[in-house]
Design a binder for this molecule. Structure first.
Ligand SMILES: Cc1cc2nc3c(=O)[nH]c(=O)nc-3n(C[C@H](O)[C@H](O)[C@H](O)COP(=O)(O)OP(=O)(O)OC[C@H]3O[C@@H](n4cnc5c(N)ncnc54)[C@H](O)[C@@H]3O)c2cc1C
Length: 382
């Protein structure tokens, strides 16, 4: 088996042949399992749905990758590191996973996020451009946003290709796939095939996490509308992901199906993937159309190709939970609608926690005991 050296960097002593269970095989569980395997652990992955299917948050046609995070240099650095790791995974899986188009931040009068992002990125030596209205339309004909900041490292990740590639990769490395976990403790998991004991258990069950442990997060309904963008022809290929952070609206072009997904990043009303109907309201569809038509007028009347509802597991401060309970259960949760881009790094961090290694990123801000988790929402869009 050839493994890539870069995925191993930063780790200390190896503790091989540990038996580790990962409960939840969305992107976070899959990446955690991959890194555990890479460290020599024997991994059992529990999920009732094969990766890339099912009602979880990781299943979609496109996820935005970007490194801009306003003034938050901690997250910017983690995103930059994740981008390197996505590159390693592209080589490992032998196919493109990230389509780099740039990520454009619309700046309306009085907005801060675009400007803060530009300043923070430039101070770290990262490529971000401030563009005039004319420059935007010149680079991307048909896109009329007014002044904007462009994060040149941004683009679109393809969750289906990633999850299905990881599924094959994990299976070929001997990961044992099991179905739904009925009971989870710090050292054991029970499923229809019986109860098994482990050295360590990692819980990456997204919206289902609270079935086994108390974490402060709320699950919210997020409506998505996919517009047919075939009228743009070849221009869709280069179109950047674009968003207006203050209103929360964003648009993700997905070249392979000729669509643009429009949604809002602000947390919606509470719900749960098991119970809620996945119907999109007419009012939201109208708002999504208004956003798209405002910036790409030729798509103002575009057909709707698909409507869907997805669920964020959000924390009050929009930061993740990457921690161990006092009993030792490793938890990766609360990804607050912006975790996908960090998945290869998060997988490493959770694997490091499970193996008793020092995490390569200081995890204090992601503690499950941080006071900010118990307060009111402190950030609406990150
Ligand atoms: C609409 C939407 C848009 C988003 N857009 C972006 C974006 O553009 N960029 C970005 O970076 N991030 C984005 N995110 C966030 C990102 O997709 C999530 O943070 C990420 O997918 C969470 O992955 P996960 O593995 O934690 O959870 P999930 O993918 O939900 O995985 C949890 C898994 O647990 C399994 N499970 C449940 N119960 C059990 C059980 N009893 N036993 C075993 N397994 C079980 C489920 O089947 C599921 O597969 C978005 C999220 C949503 C919902």
């Amino acid at each position: 088996m050839t493994r890539m050296a870069p995925k191993r960097e930063g780790l200390k002593a190896s503790q091989t042949a540990k038996q580790v269970a990962v409960v939840g095989g969305g992107i976070m569980g899959a990446m955690t399992a991959a890194h555990l395997v890479d460290q020599g652990a024997k991994v059992t992955l529990y999920d009732p749905n094969l990766m890339g299917t099912g009602p979880g948050a990781s299943v979609d046609t496109g996820r935005s990758f970007r490194v801009h995070y306003g003034e938050d240099k901690g997250l910017i650095k983690m995103a930059v590191r994740s981008r390197v790791l996505w590159g390693n995974w592209e080589r490992e899986l032998g196919r493109p996973l990230l389509h780099t188009t740039g990520k454009l931040l619309i700046e309306e009068p009085g907005d801060r996020h675009a400007r803060d992002s530009w300043r923070a990125m430039r101070s770290l030596g990262l490529r971000a451009d401030r563009m005039s209205k004319g420059a935007v339309s010149e680079e991307w004909p048909g896109l009329h946003t007014g002044a904007a900041t462009v994060d040149r490292m941004g683009g679109v990740l393809d969750p289906m290709v990633i999850l299905q590639g990881l599924l094959v990769w994990l299976a070929s490395r001997g990961v044992d796939f099991k179905g739904e976990a009925f009971d989870v403790t710090t050292t054991a998991v029970e499923c229809a095939k019986g109860r098994a004991e482990f050295d360590s258990v990692v819980l990456t069950a997204g919206a289902w996490t609270r079935r086994w442990t108390e974490v402060s997060m709320e699950v919210t309904r997020q409506e998505l509308v996919y517009f047919d963008a075939s009228a743009l022809g070849g221009r869709l290929q280069n179109l950047p992901v674009f968003s207006h952070m203050e209103s929360g609206f964003y648009a993700i072009p997905t070249v392979k199906d000729g669509r643009i997904k429009v949604a809002n990043h602000h947390p919606g009303v509470q719900g749960h993937p098991d119970g809620d109907a996945r119907q999109v309201s007419a009012a939201f569809e109208q708002e999504a159309r208004k956003f798209l038509g405002r910036y790409i007028p030729e798509l103002a009347e575009a057909d709707v190709a698909r409507r869907y509802v997805c669920f964020y597991s959000g924390t009050a401060d929009r930061d993740f939970i990457l921690d161990r309970t006092s009993e030792g259960l490793v938890i990766g949760a609360g990804f607050s609608g912006h975790g996908f881009k960090f998945a290869p790094l998060i997988g490493r961090l959770l694997a490091q926690l499970a193996l008793g290694l020092e995490p390569e990123v200081n995890l204090d801000r992601f503690s499950m005991k941080r006071p900010a988790l118990r307060g009111a929402r402190t950030k609406i869009a990150v």
